[in-house]
Structures are given as structure tokens and as C-alpha cells.
Design a protein around this ligand. Structure first.
Ligand code: URA
Length: 244
């Protein structure tokens, strides 16, 4: 048997408005359940059996949603913001009203961002206890110190004195031009505020570009251009849920 849910909660969660707006709409006869106008928003709905229409449009109940976004530069990883567009503004065809980004990327960071309303999954991915690997690609101004790989592995002391957990640095490319640049991959298991930028800062290096490539078993789909997104596949959801 499926769990029943109040009509107003059902419609609020599916993004049709606030509870009071739904109540108003019901009073005006805009809501139908099983082909009959329903004015009582406290009525219990069986999402599998009952047919809910809002302004004659069928509204199906979707319990959890999972989106992979290639976050572009210039949007904030928040659910609302007074100044900037948010990552949620990019999800044009989302259903649920309670989606949130799992962790934050800086406004100028690109790459993998999971957006969901699955709080338990988000907790598992973000909790420091679970040591989930996050892989970033970074372009650094200039060259890195000779012993950078060892320094990252032994833990970096940030300017505020915090010592980071071991991190794995791989140098991908060193451009030996008039203004040299180094491209690296960095794997960290923490998610401190501006962590990657602060780790490089501690070595007197500046991050020019930063992109998240993966989070645990979830890899950025590189066919997504910055700003594009897709729903997660079943196998991706299952793998994430198996993280212990
Ligand atoms: N580390 C940073 O410095 N910025 C990010 O956006 C993510 C990790």
C-alpha cells in the first residue's frame, strides 16, 4: 500500500504554490481529484491511485528527484539569492519545490553539482565521517613547488591554522609560456569553505580556474556543457545510495 499524503502537501511539494495559495485555488474550484472538484485541501491522496488535476493539468506525485548539473560560472549554489541566479533557476523542468544543491561550489567554480530533495543521501555524501572523494581540476597560475605532491599528501596547514586531511595531487600539464600555468587534478575528502583555493594559497599559488569532476562514484557527464543538466540514471542513484 502506498503512503497517503494530504492534497495541499502534495501540491505544495509539486511546486504549485504555498499551502495558502493551494487553499485559495481549491476554493475557486481549480483542483480536481478523480474527475471531481475537490475543495477540501486536507483530503488524503493515494499518489498511486488518485488522479489529481490542477487547472485541468494532471499533476503526478514524484517523491524524489536527482539532477546532475554542470554548474556554470556566475550562478550561486543556493536555493535563493537576492543578487544572482541560483543553480535551481537553471532546472527549468523540475517538479519538486524542495530541491537543494548537495554541497556548495563557489560562484566562479564550474562542474558537478548534484541537486535533489533526498536529505539522507545528501547527508551521506557531505558528512566528513564518510570520507567521500571529491575530484577537482584546477588551473594554477605559475608553477607549483617541487614537493607539492608530498605537501598535499601530508596535509596542508591553511592560513587559519587548520590542517587538511591527506589529498592526492596529480599534475596534468605545465604550460611553459611567458605566464606559465599548471593544470592539476586534486582529490580531497573534505568540504571546507573555499578549500581547494585555500590549499593552493597556503603554497603561495593562485587558482585561476576550478571545476569539480566527481563526487564519490558520481562522475560529471562531460557531454553536459556548463549550465546543462540531466536527471540521474537509476544505476547512478543506486550506486550513490550504496555509499556507506
Ligand atoms: N574548493 C574551492 O575552493 N571552491 C569550490 O568551489 C570548491 C572547492
Amino acid at each position: 500500500m502506498t503512503e497517503k499524503i494530504r492534497l495541499d502537501k502534495y501540491l505544495v511539494e509539486m511546486g504549485l504554490g504555498s499551502r495558502s495559495q493551494i487553499k485559495e485555488a481549491a476554493k475557486k474550484g481549480r483542483i480536481q481529484v478523480n474527475e471531481e472538484v475537490e475543495t477540501k485541501t486536507e483530503r488524503k491522496i493515494d499518489p498511486q491511485e488518485d488522479r489529481v488535476l490542477f487547472d485541468s493539468r494532471r499533476i503526478s506525485y514524484i517523491k524524489t528527484e536527482y539532477y546532475m548539473l554542470n554548474k556554470p560560472c556566475g550562478v550561486v549554489s543556493a536555493t535563493r539569492d537576492n543578487l544572482h541566479s541560483t543553480v535551481l533557476d537553471l532546472l527549468e523542468d523540475r517538479n519538486r519545490s524542495d530541491l537543494f544543491p548537495v554541497g556548495r561550489l563557489d560562484i566562479d567554480t564550474e562542474g558537478l553539482l548534484l541537486i535533489t530533495n533526498d536529505g539522507a543521501l545528501a547527508h551521506r555524501l557531505l558528512s566528513p565521517k564518510h570520507h567521500v572523494d571529491k575530484v577537482y581540476q584546477a588551473v594554477i597560475e605559475g608553477r607549483l613547488p617541487q614537493d607539492a605532491i608530498q605537501q598535499f599528501w601530508h596535509g596542508i596547514t591553511l592560513t587559519d591554522g587548520t590542517i587538511t586531511l591527506p589529498a592526492v595531487l596529480t599534475v596534468l600539464e605545465v604550460k611553459e609560456t611567458a605566464s606559465p600555468q599548471t593544470t592539476v587534478l586534486l582529490t580531497i575528502q573534505e568540504g571546507k569553505f573555499h578549500q581547494v583555493k585555500r590549499m593552493f594559497e597556503a603554497l603561495d599559488c593562485q587558482v585561476l580556474y576550478l571545476k569539480r569532476k566527481s563526487m564519490g562514484c558520481l562522475l560529471l557527464d562531460e557531454t553536459l556543457a556548463p549550465g546543462e543538466y540531466r536527471t540521474l540514471r537509476e544505476d547512478e542513484i543506486l550506486q550513490l545510495q550504496q555509499l556507506t
